[in-house]
Design a protein around this ligand. Structure first.
Ligand SMILES: N[C@@H](CCC(=O)N[C@@H](CS)C(=O)NCC(=O)O)C(=O)O
Length: 310
């Protein structure tokens, strides 16, 4: 693992930890938008490209949006190899459902960052929303990429479905915040903790937030307003990885997702949606986490179970 420092790939530890042993996620560097009135990045068919990992929950959101918003014929995509090792994500095709780098034939994702900015200081994360016209990264923050996808290409696709409707925004923002802090990032905080205290704090918050979600779903099909919104799409990638990976590998083991009455049926229902089903790949998910984090799983043994991941 590593990161780019002034454009140079520097090998370093897999996780970012604070003095108290807790895990701190670093902010994404490229934060542009796509819009008709934009200076550089305007909505166009086949101009933009996604670099993703099937394993990554943050990238998963963008794949779900690409499907839901009918962007598959307008935004192309490359899938990296699931192993994230000392050179970061690679374009090796030595695993099913990988594509290599179809644009530049590079070996590693960090080289894509270097094309965009040869002096960049950044982690080489996925997802990346890439502009094939200017050879630059538009945005590498999944929360912003899905907002772009939600509306920027509407006049091209003629799909006007809105997963962040103005009447529900306050409620969506509110629940997103808790889900991000305690669940999406909470599983990483738990797994990457380096002290007992930091671990217990993360796991306690994770499970109290899952209990809260279970209660919300007692009499509702979706998290906000009884329609599918961005809030659901941001939550589901973490829930889908939970019993196969986070429960064991990140020690999030107070309960399995399938032990939560309402969350378990919500996950099964959501998984019937082709936007979610066709974008989920459990082989990549399991291989990535158990194989990449040598400090957690030094012999890289990949557990056989669970028998049915959903
Ligand atoms: N804030 C980013 C986080 C993305 C992220 O951390 N992706 C992970 C994969 S799940 C990654 O690429 N990690 C590489 C690294 O940390 O060097 C987003 O949501 O887009």
């Amino acid at each position: 693992m590593g990161q780019l420092v002034s454009g140079v790939w520097t090998k370093s530890s897999v996780s970012n930890n604070q003095k108290d042993g807790s895990f701190k996620r670093v902010d994404s560097v490229f934060r542009n938008k796509i819009s008709i009135n934009g200076q550089i990045y305007k909505p166009e068919t086949n101009r933009y490209h996604l670099y993703v990992s099937h394993a990554c929950p943050w990238a998963h959101r963008t794949l779900i949006f690409r499907f839901l918003k009918k962007l598959e014929n307008h935004i192309s995509v490359d899938y990296v190899h699931p192993d994230m090792l000392e050179n970061g994500w690679s374009f090796s095709q030595n695993f099913p459902k990988t594509t290599g780098d179809s644009l530049y034939g590079k070996k590693y994702v960090h080289e894509i960052y270097q094309i965009s900015d040869k002096n960049v200081s950044s982690k080489a994360t996925v997802p990346i929303l890439w502009d094939k016209k200017t050879n630059t990264i538009v945005n590498n923050e999944s929360a912003e990429i899905i907002r772009i996808m939600n509306s920027a290409f509407n006049d091209i696709t003629k799909n006007y479905d809105d997963y962040y409707p103005s009447n529900l925004r306050i409620e969506i923002d509110k629940i997103n915040k808790v889900i991000y802090e305690n669940i999406n990032n909470g599983v990483y905080k738990s797994g990457f903790s380096r002290t007992q205290e930091a671990y217990e704090d993360a796991v306690t918050k994770l499970f109290s937030s899952l209990e809260m979600i279970d209660e919300i779903l007692e009499d509702k099909k979706y998290l906000v307003g009884n329609v599918l919104t961005e809030a659901d799409i941001r939550l589901i990638p973490t829930l889908l990885r939970f019993d196969s990976v986070y429960y064991v590998h990140f020690k999030c083991n107070l309960k399995k997702i399938n032990e939560f009455k309402n969350i378990s049926s919500y996950v099964k229902r959501m998984f019937n949606n082709p936007a979610i089903n066709t974008t989920t790949n459990f082989d990549h998910i399991k291989r990535h986490y158990y194989y990449s984090h040598e400090h957690i799983n030094p012999y890289r043994i990949i557990p056989l179970g669970p028998n049915s991941p959903v």
